[in-house]
Design a protein around this ligand. Structure first.
Ligand SMILES: Cc1ncc(COP(=O)(O)O)c(C=O)c1O
Length: 459
């Protein structure tokens, strides 16, 4: 590890002094990031950081890729905007065709929006209208899982099993039932046995809830195949998603996979659900879909859903000003071409396998309870006691300590938590750009060792 800079020698800017910004947290100090290249970003005092969060897990192709800046400039000069309600545009057609090269067979169309939350809102409304048009007007409920995150807008927040992010807003959202997450580390169905049988038993809980709710009222189920910020790269045992698919088929319920974080190569497959060979009804994605170079999200319905909309004179009852935005589409196209040309999905698989091997070393720190993930979507869960898996008290402020110690060691991690009981639970996501190589992964782990050792000394 060559970098010796220490952020302790400087202070960030208080939230109250960030120009006209209404900051995320007023009483917090923010480091100002001014430049990025590959997996490195620099702050306004010249300190360099390994961006192991890839921004918000979105900077899939790395920072500062010139081809993408060129594609943006070219399109913005030619045509920055046209209304998708009134006109077609060429970049959106080319981008959606490129997206279809990544999605499984049977997924040829994409509904483009500007964020992951909007992608999930779109998917839910697609599911609702799909049932409505087929005469199943009573189907409107969407079931989701505990320890999940589907976004911050109305329906998406209601679907999220993430109390810490929603409690204060609770009465605003539809609150449909939640089913277990199926994460093996804290699975109450496993009896320590694990394996396919456990996966199936977790999924059976979904059937019980569909029956209890009345199947004629249930439109869809939504799940992250590999969970993001709500449970740090956890995924269920084999057998779980296969069983979810069967249950959905049995009750005419659509299966939506939220691949906002895990889609477009992050886990070493085009989509995380591909790890289980299961075909969903709607795939949503965002983040890596435009590499953080522009706000984009999408809902990609299977052709059997598309068929229902093909003859409708009024079409899909949804849309935004920035849906199918040509500037964003040109940028997204350049990003996916870069992913393709540089074989980044396969790279995420091989470098991810190496990174996982190295991350196992983290068990040398007593407060690391679980190391997990797929491809370059990795997570560590922290515990006050490894035997009982008891989480830390929130007063310990473990997430902040980890983030700060990371910055001191030139590493950006993505802490999260409150997943155990709504207040307790600490984890970090490690989701570097898909473009890193094995030497970069080693550097990441070296910096992580320094970070974990520093935090352990303070516990
Ligand atoms: C799995 C998942 N779904 C939905 C969202 C919401 O996406 P956005 O923040 O772009 O609205 C996120 C964001 O982190 C996410 O990780």
């Amino acid at each position: 590890m060559s970098r010796e800079t220490s952020r302790r020698s400087r202070s960030g800017t208080p939230g109250t002094e960030l120009g006209g910004m209404f900051p995320r947290v007023f009483p917090k100090e923010y480091v100002t990031v001014v430049r990025g290249e590959g997996h490195t970003v620099w702050d306004d005092e010249g300190n360099a950081y390994f961006d192991a969060a890839a921004g918000n897990q979105n900077v899939a192709v790395g920072h500062g890729v010139p081809e993408i800046a060129d594609a943006a400039a070219e399109q913005l000069e030619r045509l920055a905007y046209t209304s998708s309600m009134l006109f077609a545009n060429e970049p959106a057609q080319a981008y959606t065709e490129k997206i279809a090269e990544f999605t499984p067979d049977g997924f040829e169309k994409a509904w483009l929006v500007s964020s992951g939350s909007e992608a999930n809102e779109s998917a839910v409304k697609l599911a609702r209208q799909y049932h409505y048009e087929r005469g199943a007007e009573g189907k409107y409920k969407v079931l989701s899982r505990r320890r999940s995150y589907h976004g911050n807008t109305g329906i998406a927040m209601g679907l999220s099993g993430f109390p810490a992010r929603k409690t204060k807003m609770e009465p605003l959202y539809p609150n449909f039932p939640k089913v277990p997450n199926g994460s093996p580390y804290r699975c109450r169905f496993c009896d320590g046995a694990g394996g396919r049988e456990c996966g199936r038993r977790c999924a059976d809980e979904l059937e019980r809830v569909i029956q209890a709710e009345d199947p004629d009222t249930v439109a869809a189920v939504i799940a992250e195949p590999v969970t993001g910020a709500a449970n740090a790269a956890a995924s269920p045992h084999d057998g779980y998603f296969e069983r979810v698919r069967k249950i959905c088929d049995a009750y005419d319920v659509l299966f939506i996979v939220d691949e906002v974080m895990s889609g477009f190569g992050r886990t070493g497959e085009n989509f995380a659900i591909d790890h289980w060979g299961v075909t969903p009804d709607i795939i949503t994605s965002a983040k890596g879909m435009s590499g953080g170079y522009t706000p984009v999200g999408g809902a990609m319905p299977h052709e059997r859903i598309v068929d229902v909309f093909e003859d409708l004179p009024d079409g899909f009852q949804h849309g935004h000003t920035y849906s199918f935005n040509p500037g964003s589409a040109a940028i997204g196209l350049a990003v996916l071409e870069y992913v393709d040309d540089n074989d980044l999905v396969a790279n995420a698989r091989t470098v991810g396998a190496h990174l996982h091997d190295r991350l196992e070393e983290c068990y040398e720190y007593e407060f690391v309870g679980d190391v997990r993930g797929k491809g370059l979507m990795c997570g560590l869960e922290f515990v006050a006691d490894r035997e009982s898996k008891a989480p830390f008290d929130p007063d310990v402020g473990l997430g902040d300590r980890l983030f700060e110690a990371g910055l001191d060691n030139g590493l950006i991690t993505y802490p999260g938590g409150a997943h155990v009981d709504g207040e307790r639970g600490d984890h970090v996501l490690l989701t570097p750009p898909l473009s890193i190589d094995e030497d970069d992964a080693d550097e990441l782990v070296d910096r992580l060792h320094a970070t974990l050792a520093a935090v352990e000394r303070t516990l």
